[in-house]
Design a protein around this ligand. Structure first.
Ligand code: TMP
Length: 220
């Protein structure tokens, strides 16, 4: 049933630590869905709208201790509100599938599991900002923190070096981020699928496509 065009938009998020390959896989999934006649909108958090991109610049640049975890949670949530209202909801309403590189699970993983903030408070904050907007499917790209940081470091060395504020955190922080994503996936198996991101990109893309096919396309 791969070529059956679904009637309504779906919201897919791709999550994972630094260097897990999220943006590559969002692009590949968009191309795969486009090939099946599905209109897609690929976007990212923090960001996706001009206002949210301005907040992103505050969050991801500067010294590692520029913001504490609470201020980070408020910044990403303000950006998420703008993104949800101006881009995600309108796209879903017209039937497009929205593929988002990070969403609310990143706030739980980074500011909660790794940053030490209570998960129920962060969940309430997200609900206050975006009410009932929840992903239909979340792909967790899983990779040991050390391997991801090495990949991200190579990327930073050859790209925009300024976006490296979180990469400056220690290994233990990034391991807690990884464990956080895995814990969320364990708690919400109906929404989440964990994919081994250490595999070659083609292989990862195939696994993601299979999950989308099985969980979203098959039920139209
Ligand atoms: P990116 O490198 O995947 O584009 O994400 C930018 C950084 O923002 C990344 O290091 C994780 C961080 N972040 C949070 O800490 N909390 C959030 O809720 C989101 C969406 C991102």
């Amino acid at each position: 049933m791969a070529d059956r065009k679904p009637a309504a938009g779906r919201f897919i998020t791709v999550e994972g630590g630094e260097g897990a390959g999220k943006s590559t896989q969002v692009r590949r999934l968009a191309a795969w869905l486009d090939g099946r006649g599905v209109e897609t909108v690929a976007t990212r958090e923090p960001g996706g709208t001009p206002g949210a991109e301005a907040v992103r610049a505050l969050l991801v640049t500067g010294d590692t201790d520029r913001w504490d975890a609470t201020t980070e949670a408020l910044l990403v949530t303000a950006a998420r509100r703008d993104h949800a209202e101006k881009l995600i909801r309108p796209a879903l309403a017209r039937g497009a599938w929205v593929l988002c590189d990070r969403f609310a699970d990143s706030t739980l993983a980074y500011q909660g599991y790794a940053g030490g903030l209570p998960l129920d408070g962060l969940t309430a904050l997200t609900r206050f900002a975006v009410v009932d907007l929840t992903p239909d499917l979340t792909v967790m790209l899983d990779l040991p923190a050390e391997a991801g940081l090495a990949r991200a470091g190579r990327r930073t060395a050859s790209g925009p070096a300024a976006e490296s504020r979180f990469e400056g955190r220690d290994l233990r922080f990034h391991e807690a981020v990884r464990d956080g994503f895995l814990d969320i996936a364990r708690r919400e198996p109906a929404r989440c699928v964990v994919v081994d991101a250490s595999a070659p990109a083609d292989n990862v893309a195939r696994q993601i496509a299979a999950a989308v096919e099985g969980r979203l396309l098959a039920d139209g």
